[in-house]
Design a protein around this ligand. Structure first.
Ligand code: NDP
Length: 332
């Protein structure tokens, strides 16, 4: 079996471009004892992968040039020599950016009976959904009825954050980057207030949407959004530092918020987190989220690019706002 795979040709400088990637063909080995051969159905592109394209120490090691990239993927078993895993089973792995692979059975996770389309396990039922869940409820320590601001609100994480907050009777404000995204958040997801941040005075928008201030800010963007939120936090408010996508392609050091000292007098908590810090909550997350999705209380939307050759374009699209909901690459 031949697999087409995406490799990093050179490290991106600033905004990634198609020239930074190359597609190679690899022969996929037949499975040996305790191995499975998997054909991927879909794969994820995620903002954190940009950090792995830089040659520096981080919480995950950098990608290496000339090697196939890795990342979340859902596939179906094509051949198995591992006990308990059968042909046709759906499995989750970190062997994304490729059409097929053979791996030891302990490097894949069988999904069991699917409660939603397979791709949902890369989005609302997967890593981004869990990030929203633990970031809002554990890191943000959300209480019912509070006022919540989420940036990147129409993305994979942000759209779930806002909906969970709505389930907790919160007043939810979201920022996003296009009229279509704003309409979706307002009309379908029922956010209480939404604004397009392009050219906007973010602080003025927050003052208008939440006259009494913000209890929890879920930060996906950093930079100007974080600074504006800091100016408008209520005493003892919490800021969940989830991501800072406005800075991932920066080529110069980025200045911090000018108003960080406000955190002192207001008694704010600013706490960074990585979803894996909360792996002990994975089962509870999956059961809660399946329940919310099956009852229609949480909607999940995807933007799908078809074919492995479009994976670099899908990845770059994260930084130009091409996606509404989770960005997925479908692989046939
Ligand atoms: P999204 O689905 O939200 O996709 C990225 C979105 O970011 C784009 O659609 C775009 O939407 C927005 N964006 C891009 N550039 C900018 C910019 N300069 N300023 C403002 N918005 C921008 O991605 P995810 O939901 O997967 O991730 C959201 C955030 O969460 C990221 O920062 C990511 O790194 C972080 N994250 C953190 C995790 C953790 O464990 N801490 C785990 C997973 C994600 P728009 O049109 O609105 O600009």
């Amino acid at each position: 079996m031949i697999s087409r795979e995406v490799q990093l040709k050179q490290r991106p400088a600033g905004m990634p471009s198609a020239d930074d990637f190359t597609i190679v063909e690899t022969e996929v080995a037949d499975p040996q004892d305790n191995e499975v051969q998997v054909v991927n159905v879909c794969m994820s592109v995620d903002p954190y992968m940009r950090g792995r394209m830089v040659d520096r120490k981080s919480y995950t090691p950098p990608f290496r040039l000339g090697e196939t990239l890795t990342g979340g993927a859902i596939g179906q078993v094509a051949a198995s020599r591992a006990a308990g895993i059968r042909e046709g089973d759906y499995v989750q792995s970190n062997f994304g950016w490729r059409e097929a692979f053979t791996a030891p059975a302990d490097q894949i996770s069988p999904l069991g009976k699917l409660a939603a389309p397979a791709s949902a396990y890369l989005g609302a039922l997967g890593m981004p959904g869990m990030t929203a869940y633990v970031g809002l409820l554990e890191v943000g320590a959300l209480a019912d009825g509070e006022t919540v601001f989420v940036s990147g609100a129409a993305g994979a994480v942000g759209s779930i954050v806002g909906q969970i907050a709505r389930l907790r009777d919160c007043h939810v404000i979201g920022s996003a980057g296009s009229a279509e995204k704003i309409a979706w958040l307002r009309d379908e997801l029922k956010f209480d207030a939404v604004f397009d941040y392009h050219g906007a005075d973010i602080l003025a928008q927050l003052r208008k949407s939440a006259p009494d201030g913000i209890d929890v800010y879920f930060d996906n963007v950093g930079g100007d959004h974080l600074e504006a939120a800091l100016f408008h936090m209520r005493p003892f408010g919490r800021i969940a530092l989830c991501g800072a996508i406005s800075q991932y392609n920066a080529t110069e050091p980025v200045p911090g918020p000018v108003n960080l000292t406000l955190a002192i007098g207001l008694g704010l908590t600013l706490r960074g987190f990585i979803v894996n810090h909360f792996n002990h909550l994975a089962e509870k997350f999956r059961s809660d989220m399946e329940g919310w999705i099956n009852s229609g209380q949480i909607q999940h939307r995807e933007t799908v690019f078809n074919g492995i050759e479009r994976a670099p374009e899908a990845f770059i699209g994260l930084f130009t706002g091409e996606n509404i909901g989770k960005m997925i690459v479908a692989l046939d």
